[in-house]
Design a protein around this ligand. Structure first.
Ligand code: FEO
Length: 162
């Protein structure tokens, strides 16, 4: 059984994961408009991953006899100055999410909730990958210069994501 404190914190995280999905879908839409189809596909798949994250928390709350409460999802912005600016934002966003996961781990420890602590270990590892992917793509954009023509090859590469 979940404590009310842990249940509320996990429900907030469902919302934050769904916001992440919304944010990445907005970035995908931006890339679609800019005719950068590879970037758009990569971001769309990233949005789907975030939905999977949200459902992991949702399923866990229910499995522990808790009540999944769905909070309003904030609208993401719709415009960015460049692909580089987008990936800078992704990196900052993922660092924030890592902070949220770490705070949940600390809460689970404080509440002596071993099951929640164990479930969160998947997210601890996942955040290492999430930050790594963002910084890797940001590094590539910086190395080729944030110029539309030069982004063509990277667009092609990112479009291969399955
Ligand atoms: Fe669900 Fe990208 O962290």
């Amino acid at each position: 059984m979940l404590s009310k404190t842990v249940e509320d914190a996990l429900n907030k995280q469902i919302n934050r994961e769904l916001y992440s999905a919304y944010l990445y879908l907005a970035m995908s839409a931006y890339f679609e408009t800019a005719n950068m189809k590879g970037f758009a596909k990569w971001m769309r798949l990233q949005a789907k991953e975030e939905q999977v994250h949200a459902f992991k928390f949702y399923d866990f709350v229910i499995a522990r006899g808790g009540k999944a409460s769905l909070l309003p999802i904030e609208a993401p912005k719709a415009k960015w100055a460049s692909a580089g600016k987008i990936f800078e934002e992704v990196y900052v966003h993922e660092q924030k999410v890592t902070g949220m996961i770490n705070a949940l781990v600390e809460l689970a420890m404080k509440e002596k909730d071993h099951a929640t602590f164990e479930m969160l270990q998947w997210f601890v590892k996942e955040q290492v990958e999430e930050e790594e992917h963002a910084i890797e793509i940001l590094g590539k954009i910086k190395s080729i210069g944030d110029i539309p023509g030069h982004l063509f090859c990277l667009d092609h590469e990112l479009g291969k994501r399955e």
